[in-house]
Design a protein. Structure first.
Length: 264
DNA sequence: ATGCCTTGTCGCACAAGA
């Protein structure tokens, strides 16, 4: 079973690109971030025609997440617990029945947090604290769980081309990295890092200043696997070639493949 | 480099992204 995550930076601007990628990559479950659309405006038909069930958690203009799945949804939750006043659409989770039992997939768009001198950064850190609290609960189920999305965290210096350029940035602050590292220490596996070493493993290249041709990238889109999901991990990958397509997102798809039994 | 692109917005410039 192939599970993917992709910050598409606007679903309406990515109709052709997203369909082309789905036809090529044929993932079973896809987490999308920054759909920048309300639920009613999401073009669900084009994905249904490709064989996907569609669940969205949108917002006007900014943010917004969605999950596409060839497997039927058993259940969908559209909020990250811990702050009833948070009105930003950045999190949803879904449950599926698979050949290896129940599977939970969380789709998140973690706050950017810049500039770090503002409340945007404290919101990011508080959001990460809420995420940790919630994931502690989900881990107690001791079942396959995939937490996928745009984390807006550069975990280590090797996860960016020019670390010195990011020292003042919210994505690379010690507080952000510490919170991400805490998730790993809870038992999650960074699916991409298990199969890809070195300092040329990126998922985002800025539209500005020729970041793509210069390969001035960063790795901020991650897939965290619970121990039970890690037991099923076969491959993981980054579809970086999509960054060179027509009308690209500034992020590229990241995916992982989990072992399913023969009967399916 | 408070710049550089790209997207969405009740557009005719601006906010937000990373």
């Amino acid at each position: 079973m192939k599970i993917a995550t992709w910050n598409i930076n606007g679903i309406k601007a990515r109709l052709d690109t997203s369909q082309a990628w789905l036809r090529e990559a044929h993932p079973d479950i896809v987490c999308l971030q920054e759909i920048k659309s309300i639920d009613e405006g999401f073009p669900r038909e084009i994905f249904e025609e490709l064989g996907y069930n569609v669940e969205t958690h949108g917002q006007k203009g900014f943010n917004g997440v969605a999950i596409l799945s060839k497997i039927p949804f058993d259940d969908v939750v559209r909020c990250l617990p811990g702050d009833d006043n948070d009105e930003q659409s950045r999190y949803m989770e879904a449950r599926f029945s698979t050949s290896f039992g129940s599977l939970t997939v969380a789709c998140l768009y973690l706050p950017n947090g810049n500039p770090i001198s503002t409340e945007k950064f404290s919101y990011k850190l508080a959001w990460m604290d809420r995420l940790e609290t919630h994931l502690i609960e989900l881990l107690k189920e001791e079942a396959p769980l995939v937490v996928a999305g745009d984390f807006n965290v550069i975990p280590e210096p090797e996860d960016c081309n020019r670390p010195e350029a990011w020292v003042e940035d919210a994505l690379f602050q010690p507080q952000s990295r510490e919170r991400y590292r805490r998730l790993l220490n809870m038992g999650f596996t960074d699916a991409i890092r298990t199969g890809h070493v070195g300092n040329d493993v990126y998922t985002f290249w800025d539209y500005q200043a020729g970041a793509w041709p210069k390969n001035n990238g960063i790795r901020i889109d991650h897939m965290l696997l619970s121990p039970q999901a890690t037991d099923l991990l076969m491959h993981s990958g980054i579809d970086r070639e999509t960054r060179g397509w027509e009308k690209p997102s500034d992020h590229v798809p990241v995916w992982t493949e989990l072992l399913t039994s023969q009967k399916n």
